[in-house]
Structures are given as C-alpha cells and as structure tokens.
Design a protein around this ligand. Structure first.
Ligand code: 3HM
Length: 380
C-alpha cells in the first residue's frame, strides 16, 4: 500500500507478552524489530494464565496454536464454590479458552519472535522515548525508529518519559500466585467426587476473606492463586501462612503444602487508566497502558490483542502517517479494553464472582472480540 523507501523499523521496550506479540506481528509485516529487555535473561517469572479466544486468535494468526495446545489444557468446567458449596459449573461450550503456565506462553512467544528475525537485547534498560521516534537507554545509547512500542509494564519508563498522565485505583484485595505440582491423586483421595481437572474458584468470605483459585495448567503443573484483603497481614503473607490457609481449605492441603515452599509475591489489585495510549510515534500496550484487576483473566489477553492490532494499524499506514494511524487505532480499539478494565474492577470491588455463573452476557465482550478481524477495517 505504501511506497516505503526503506524497511520500516520498530524499537520495542519490554519483552513480556505485549512486547513480544507486537514484535512478532510487526516482523511478519516486513518490519525490522529490536526489543529491549532489562532482565539479563529472557524469561517470565509469573505463575499461570488463562487465555480466552481474543488472544488465542492472535496466536492462531501467528501459526502457534499447535505448539500452544501441546503445553496447555482446557479444563472441563469453570467451577465456582462459595464456602465450599458448588454454586456453578460453567462449561462455556461456545468459548475457546486454554490454561497454561506463564513461562510456557513466554517461551512460545520468544521462540516465535526469534524465528521471525526479531532482535532481542537482554540487559538493555530503556529510560525513555520521544514522540519523534527516539528511544534511549539508561546508559545514554539512542535508537531511531518509525514506531516505538512501550510494552514496559505498570511502571513504564516510556510512558512516564512522555509525561502521559494516568489515574491509578487500588482495590481492597490482592493475590499471591504459585506454580506447584498437580498432586491429582492426593487431592482425589481427599475429595473423590471432585473433578480435579476443573478450574475451581474456592471462595470463602466467612469468617474471613480467603479465596483460592485452582487452575490446572497442564498434566503436571497447577497454577494456584491465593486472594486475601491487603489489610490482612496473615492472609497476604508470602511465604503463605500454611496453617491459616489449610484451616479454611483443608481439601487443598497437598497443593497448599507445595505453595508454601515456593517463592512468591503478593500483588494488590489495581487499575491504571491513561489520558492517552499514544504520543507521536509511540504507542503503549499491556500493563503500561491498561493494567487491570485480574478478575476476568484478561490482563494478558488485552495485552496480546492490543499489541497485535497496533502492529496491524501501523503496518497499514505509510511512515509519515503513523502518528495519525496510532490515534485512530486507540479510538477504535481502546473502548473494548476500557470496558474490560471497568468490569474486572467491578468484580474485584464487589467480589461478585463468588456468586457463580459470571461468564455470561456483556462480561464476555472482550473474550468474544476478534482482533484479527477488527472493526478498524470497517472504519476506513
Ligand atoms: C485467572 C484469574 N482469574 C481471576 C483472578 C482474580 O480474580 O484475582 C486471578 C486470576 O489469575
């Protein structure tokens, strides 16, 4: 479409899910791409993740679904329990979703980025960017680009160097996350009637709020997340207070024992909303732009879909038009993520997921959105 005098070039800050997805999408559209990762080793330290079809469609467009399927699973039901009584078992037959570990998803994306010719620089700490398209490192090195992607997390140096303002709201709860062995036989021995392949959301509000989200990630690994209010020092302690958690969720003893051995960190729920996602040649995606509460399990999903659509939008533009193309991208794509942030924050604030049957109606808007067939195309 455009008559480009040279191959378009992008500099990307951050080699997490958002940065790698944008890099792959741009490289596949013929861009040269360099990603800066401040960590010395390229790896993901998080625990588990649920991907819904909005992000799976992006992975499918990249030809990565067979690889994803080999290391992930779809639990038969999303089960919700309140005070250990089942309130719903949601099969969600019309929704494509997979559970997996974060290190696994990261390795699939990192390998794909390498195959697409993306240059990944580890130990490369970005300090900021200009709207004209210069990215600079902490050591003063500068890189010029037609497009800069700030995918550098909730504390984004790219965002903050541009003076983009944001509002940050915290919720009263937070979560500690662990990867542990499945221990299926041990769990089965304690509670034989339970399908331990289900994702099980064990809510407990009385006598105190201590929730366990049990998410099988593959045959061998379980993602276990423990939610407690941030003003509960015992509930939010890491390493976990084993006796406390076992007293509320005794049937989970085998996996809680394992979680107590794992290093981890308690994260308070928060939502960040920016005055704008783009400035000149810079676009922000992922937690730098739209960090959200995890209730709907869409933080990574929105990062992946927005990274994909921004790459498509920039690729459809000529070089001079990129700043305007980014503004148009935000206008079209952002409302879906805004509403996801609102809904996730609402569930976090009200603890409304405890009542079951929560994956219905408008709540599924983000999940059902297809970023590979964006209505951006209808707008032009
Ligand atoms: C997958 C997932 N779902 C919900 C939460 C939550 O409400 O904190 C966290 C998750 O990782």
């Amino acid at each position: 479409m455009s008559s480009t005098p040279h191959r378009r070039h992008a500099e990307v800050s951050g080699a997490g899910f958002a940065g790698l997805t944008a890099s792959i999408a741009l490289a596949r559209q013929g861009w040269t791409v360099r990603v800066h990762e401040r960590a010395e080793v390229l790896r993901e330290q998080g625990a588990g993740i649920v991907l819904w079809q909005n992000s799976l469609r992006v992975l499918d467009a990249f030809g990565l679904i067979d690889e994803i399927n080999e290391g992930s699973m779809t639990p038969p039901f999303y089960e919700t329990r309140m005070q250990n009584s089942i309130v719903s078992d949601e099969a969600m037959p019309d929704i494509w979703w997979r559970t997996m570990t974060r290190p696994f998803l990261h390795s699939v994306l990192a390998n794909a980025a390498r195959r697409e010719g993306v240059e990944i620089l580890t130990g490369s700490t970005v300090a900021g960017a200009t709207e004209q398209g210069t990215l600079w490192l902490e050591d003063g090195t500068e890189f010029e680009a037609d497009l800069i992607i700030g995918a550098d997390g909730v504390g984004s140096p790219v965002r903050d160097s541009l003076g983009i303002e944001f509002d940050r709201q915290t919720s009263r709860d937070g979560i500690s996350r662990f990867l542990v062995p499945r221990k299926k036989a041990e769990l089965q021995a304690i509670e034989p009637d339970t399908d331990w392949d289900n994702m099980i959301d064990f809510w407990n509000l009385e006598p105190r709020v201590l929730r366990v989200l049990y998410t099988p990630a593959n045959e061998n690994e379980l993602y276990i997340a423990l939610m407690a209010p941030s003003d509960d020092p015992d509930g939010s302690a890491v390493p976990i207070d084993l006796e406390l958690w076992k007293s509320i969720h005794p049937q989970l003893a085998p996996v809680l024992d394992e979680a107590a051995k794992v290093e981890g960190k308690y994260y308070g729920y928060q939502t960040t909303r920016l005055e704008q996602w783009t400035k000149g040649r810079v676009a922000l995606v992922g937690d730098s732009a739209h960090a959200m509460c995890p209730a709907l399990a869409q933080g990574g999903g929105c990062a992946i879909m927005n990274a994909y659509t921004v790459a498509q939008a920039a690729s459809e533009s000529d070089i001079a038009g990129i700043p305007a193309a980014l503004v148009e991208w935000e206008r079209v794509e952002r409302p879906i993520t805004d509403r996801c942030q609102d809904r996730s924050q609402e569930y976090a604030n009200t603890r409304g997921m405890a009542y079951g049957n929560q994956f219905t109606g408008d709540v599924n808007e983000t999940t059902l959105y297809d970023p590979t067939n964006s209505h951006r195309h209808d707008a032009v």
